[in-house]
Design a protein. Structure first.
Length: 74
């Protein structure tokens, strides 16, 4: 799998989705169309086992830092 820098925004969103679980992700991704939400869920499932825990941790830390600094997550 790719490093944090090589991941697309879509991959990062899928990783966050997977970490949070569907019930929390519903609230987090409430502004995207329903069809896109289900595509993101499917993508999260498809990359779940190929993403090392260290990369998941980096994505979560990166997202958390950007939330604290009020940057839009890309």
């Amino acid at each position: 799998m790719k490093t944090l820098e090589e991941l697309s925004g879509y991959d990062k969103a899928a990783i966050i989705f997977d970490i949070l679980g569907e019930s929390l992700a519903i609230n987090m991704f409430k502004d995207i169309p329903e069809a896109e939400f289900y595509k993101l869920r499917d993508h999260a499932k498809s990359i779940r086992k190929s993403v090392p825990t260290t990369v998941k941790k980096e994505v979560l830390e990166d997202y958390y830092f950007k939330m604290l600094t009020n940057e839009k997550y890309k």
